[in-house]
Design a binder for this molecule. Structure first.
Ligand SMILES: [Zn+2]
Length: 297
C-alpha cells in the first residue's frame, strides 16, 4: 500500500452499483489507430531511473509516471482511445496503479477512466471536487465506487508519497465556473527532477495558484502544457515560474480547435524550451535518472 500522507480526505465511494464494462480489448495493438501502432515493452528501470509517458490518445490527455515500484496515471484519454490505452498500459507490465489523477471531468480526460478502473487495481484517486451530468462521468464514478479505493479532493498543498515518488497538488486554489480552470494540477518529483501536469488549467487559475503558493512551487524540469497548447493557457508568468527544459503538448492531429495555438508555441520557442507533441511525435517518453531529464522517444 502506498504511503499516502494527504489530509482532508473525502471518500466518495459508497453504495456501488456494478455495471459491467467490457474491458477486454480484442484488437491487436498494431492495427489500432492510436499510439502509432507500436507495441512498446518497458525495460526494467533499476538503478534509480523512471519515466513519464505521454500517450497519444488523439485530441485528449493521458500520461503515466512509471518507476520500479509503481505507476501514477494522470488522465485517461477519450472514449475513442480507451481500449488502446488499456492495452498500452498492459504492455508496460503494469497491474497496479498507485494513484489515478483525473484532472477534471471532461470526456477528453476521463473518457477511458472506466476502462482503466476495470482493467487495473487502482489504489487511490485524486480529482477536483466537481461533478457533471454526463454518461462518461457517471460511468467513471460507478467504477470508482466499485474499486472502493480512497478518493481525495484535489487540495493545493496536499502531498502524497509513493516510495521514491512524491505528488503535490498545486491547483485549483479556489472554485471556478469553468471545469478547465478547476483542473487538478499536480507536480510529481523523482529525485531532484520535477514533472508538472497542468491538465486543462488556464491563465486565470495559473495566476491564482502562483499568487497563493509562490513561483517556486511551480519550478519544474518537464511541463505537460495546459489545455492542449491553447493560447488561453501557459501565461508568461507560468513559464517564468516553471522554467522547464522540456514541454509536452497532448493533442490530436489536425484537431478542430487548432491546438496547439501558435501563441503558445511562440512563447516556448522564445524561451528555447524543447517541445514534443503527441500529434507529431506519437506517444512521448521523457526519462529521468533523478538528476537529469531527456527525451527517449
Ligand atoms: Zn482537454
Amino acid at each position: 500500500m502506498s504511503n499516502l500522507s494527504g489530509k482532508g480526505r473525502v471518500y466518495r465511494g459508497k453504495n456501488a452499483v456494478l455495471i459491467p464494462v467490457v474491458a477486454v480489448a480484442l484488437a491487436l495493438l498494431a492495427s489500432l489507430p492510436f499510439f502509432g501502432g507500436q507495441k512498446t515493452m518497458r525495460e526494467p528501470y533499476g538503478g534509480g531511473s523512471a519515466e513519464a509517458r505521454f500517450f497519444d490518445v488523439g485530441q485528449g490527455d493521458s500520461a503515466m509516471f512509471l518507476w520500479d515500484e509503481g505507476a501514477i496515471l494522470i488522465d485517461a484519454g477519450t472514449n475513442a482511445s480507451q481500449r488502446e490505452l488499456v492495452d498500452y498500459i498492459e504492455d508496460l507490465d503494469v497491474d497496479v496503479i498507485d494513484c489515478a489523477v483525473f484532472t477534471h471531468p471532461h470526456e477528453d480526460h476521463i473518457g477511458g477512466a472506466d476502462y482503466v478502473l476495470e482493467a487495473f487495481t487502482v489504489k487511490s484517486v485524486i480529482m477536483p471536487e466537481l461533478s457533471t451530468d454526463t454518461v462518461t462521468y457517471a460511468s467513471m464514478m460507478e467504477c470508482v465506487d466499485e474499486e472502493g479505493c480512497p478518493v481525495y479532493d484535489a487540495t493545493p498543498g496536499e502531498v502524497y508519497e509513493f516510495g521514491d515518488v512524491t505528488l503535490t497538488v498545486l491547483s485549483p486554489v479556489r472554485e471556478y465556473d469553468d471545469a478547465n480552470l478547476d483542473s487538478a494540477v499536480v507536480m510529481i518529483e523523482y529525485g531532484e527532477t520535477k514533472f508538472l501536469f497542468m491538465g486543462d488549467c488556464e491563465e486565470e487559475a495559473e495566476l491564482d495558484a502562483i499568487d497563493k503558493l509562490g513561483s517556486s512551487a511551480f519550478d519544474c524540469d518537464v511541463i505537460k502544457i495546459g489545455h492542449h497548447g491553447s493560447y488561453t493557457s501557459t501565461s508568461e508568468q507560468l513559464l517564468a515560474a516553471t522554467t522547464p527544459e522540456i514541454a509536452v503538448i497532448s493533442c490530436g492531429k489536425d484537431n478542430e480547435y487548432g491546438h496547439p495555438h501558435r501563441e503558445t508555441l511562440g512563447k516556448l520557442d522564445e524561451l528555447d524550451i524543447e517541445v514534443y507533441r503527441t500529434d507529431k511525435n506519437g506517444t512521448v517518453v521523457i526519462s529521468t535518472d533523478g538528476k537529469n531529464v531527456w527525451y527517449s522517444k
